[in-house]
Design a protein around this ligand. Structure first.
Ligand SMILES: [Zn+2]
Length: 604
């Protein structure tokens, strides 16, 4: 009922004030202009054939091919962005769904047409390739080619590659089965929330219900939710272990020492970074236990369970800030980044319509930044005046957007896009600056406690929890690699051990919680979540340096924002002033965590 009541006040897209929307006309003046450009792209696909079989001829030929690919991708990106962003304005609009379909079809065809490039480049003899790489002709593409050539020891014979490609069609089976079970087949029933309103228990409402102030509601939601997982435990274990076995198979087929090293290869991250992360978090778990004890006391419960883990322990003070107020505060908070950064961003947020600000009927929920090489670094928000987190989201997405903006302005197309490994650094960096600004300004214990608790929970959720996940992935793959079967019992036992380690002896681990490791969708892209943990650590370390007023540190950081993907992620971050091959950044973050917990203890 409250849903439908809410919808009355949410405007239709056609009723939204134009100044509150993003200006997509910079990408294409009209849908018709998009269609014309799309026809051009469709014709371009055949252009790839010009180069097939000829890349070994000369450096000039390789360059021509890479330049063609760059031009194709640039146009495709602009077309895809327009369709995707238009569709986000109103997901029910079938015109834009159709445009996305047309774009996807061409992109798939282009992927097939371009699939000869990597193997042909890799087949060029070393002596010849060395000559090519030394030539002026390929200077602008050297790193791009080196990234391709690194894979050479892991490329098999044509026949073997063909077999692997054929197997690729079934490689995603485990993930598909899990997705169907988790998102479609499992039904979790209904729960009465703290207001006595009956609500359907789903993947997303589960999290909201765990924040219910009524413990009975949280407890019921938890047990009812996990009952479904208990009922499907064997299927979940079979599906997850198949995914692990697939990872092991592929890493062996491609001559990697382990599936972990296979997964880290693309970013050229040594396994020691992964191990350091786990070690550094282990060394600081006492602080996590201390925080949990504080949480237990604040909630006034005898024993802490998982269903007590998400409810905020500090009540939010009343908050009101319009979008313009929020921009003002974010801009003040970002002052340490200098006039140029702030000037560009403020214009984008206030005048140049980078941002689609408010909710409307059918608009995509949540928030994202989606800039490209061409056009402004657009942001989608669902800004709410009364929600403090809305302002943090604005700062976060603005961080992504300014990263894209600076990289696109300073790099050639082939190097402007950055990897996931560095992406969350620029966004959480801005959140750090905003939090520190708010703490300085915070009058009143309540706001201060709330802000501190907010950051504690961010570090807990991003660094501690994701590291526990990362450790689980390491353990399960190692078990499979040693030839032991990954049975349900083994998986539960290993996950249970980690829960006890990360939550401590005083935290009650309900037996059903040992199934949590079998319900994390990210585990179907193995060894991915650790990047959240390293990203946050890097952002905290870098933001501390810049906030200290060190001009050199600021310039290093701004330079990082301009670097896109022109180097490997660890090199980019080292240039910015943080070395993730050393344990310090993670230790620093945990030190900050400890300071925050100590202060919170005083405040509540
Ligand atoms: Zn982000």
């Amino acid at each position: 009922m409250s849903e439908s009541k809410k919808n009355v006040t949410v405007p239709k897209r056609s009723e939204v004030n134009i100044d509150d929307t993003w200006d997509l006309s910079i990408l294409y003046k009209s849908d018709l202009a998009w269609k014309r450009a799309m026809s051009r792209l469709e014709k371009m696909v055949d252009g790839y054939a010009e180069f097939q079989g000829k890349l070994g001829q000369s450096a000039r030929m390789v360059r021509a091919c890479l330049e063609f690919e760059g031009e194709f991708d640039k146009l495709a990106e602009r077309l895809g962005s327009y369709a995707f962003l238009k569709a986000s304005e109103d997901v029910a609009n079938s015109t834009y769904q159709g445009m996305i379909g047309r774009y996807t079809f061409v992109a798939t065809r282009a992927g097939e047409a371009a699939s000869f490039i990597a193997p042909e480049v890799q087949a060029i003899s070393k002596a010849k390739m060395d000559r090519f790489l030394r030539s002026k002709e390929l200077a602008a593409h050297k790193f791009q080619l080196e990234k391709l050539l690194r894979y050479k020891p892991h490329i098999l014979s044509l026949k073997e590659e063909r077999l692997l490609a054929m197997q690729g069609e079934v490689a995603g089976t485990a993930s598909r089965i899990f997705g169907q079970l988790n998102d479609a087949d499992m039904k979790f029933g209904f729960i009465k929330d703290e207001n006595g309103v009956k609500r359907e228990l789903t993947q997303s409402s589960f999290r909201t219900l765990l924040e219910s102030p009524k413990r009975k509601v949280r407890k019921e939601a938890y047990h009812q939710f996990y009952k479904q997982y208990e009922g499907h435990a064997n299927t979940l274990a079979a599906s997850y272990s198949s995914s692990v076995l697939q990872d092991v198979y592929l890493s062996r087929a491609r001559n990697f020492p382990s599936s972990l090293e296979n997964a880290l290869f693309a970013d050229r991250v040594p396994a020691s970074v992964y191990d350091n992360l786990i070690k550094a978090v282990h060394a600081n778990l006492d602080t996590v236990y201390k925080y949990l004890e504080l949480r237990r006391k604040a909630l006034k419960v005898k024993k802490l369970h998982f269903h007590d883990n998400y409810i905020p322990i500090v009540k939010t003070a009343k908050w009101h800030a319009t979008y313009d107020d929020a921009v003002t505060m974010v801009m003040e908070a970002l002052q340490p980044l200098g006039a140029q950064y702030c000037g560009t961003l403020e214009k984008g947020l206030r005048e140049k319509r980078w941002c689609d600000k408010y909710e409307n009927q059918g608009k995509r929920s949540g928030a994202f930044s989606a800039g490209g090489y061409f056009g402004p670094p657009y942001m989608l928000l669902n800004y709410q005046d009364s929600v403090l987190d809305s302002m943090f989201t604005l700062a976060h997405e603005a961080g992504h957007s300014m990263h894209t903006y600076n990289s696109a302005k300073n790099q050639p197309y082939q190097y402007y896009d950055y990897t996931i490994f560095v992406a969350e650094v620029a966004s959480t960096f801005n959140e750090q600056l905003l939090n520190s600004y708010m703490l300085d300004k915070a009058c009143g214990k309540k706001t201060r406690a709330h802000l501190i608790n907010r950051e504690i929970d961010e570090i807990r959720g991003t660094l501690v929890r994701q590291t526990m996940f990362a450790e689980f992935e390491k353990i399960t793959h190692a078990i499979a690699e040693s030839g032991q079967p990954l049975t349900l019992e083994v998986l539960r036992e290993e996950y249970g051990k980690l829960l006890r380690l990360y939550f401590g002896e005083d935290f009650v681990i309900d037996e059903s919680l040992t199934l949590e490791g079998l319900r994390i969708p990210h585990f179907y892209s193995a060894f991915y979540v650790y990047k959240y943990a390293t990203g946050l650590s890097a952002a905290i370390a870098l933001s501390r340096q810049v906030m200290s007023g060190d001009v050199k540190a600021r310039d290093r950081y701004l330079n990082f924002l301009k670097s896109g993907g022109s180097k490997y992620p660890l090199d980019l971050l080292r240039g910015a002033g943080v070395d993730l091959e050393k344990p310090e950044p993670v230790n620093e973050t945990m030190k900050r965590f400890k300071a925050l917990v100590d202060e919170l203890e005083e405040l509540i």
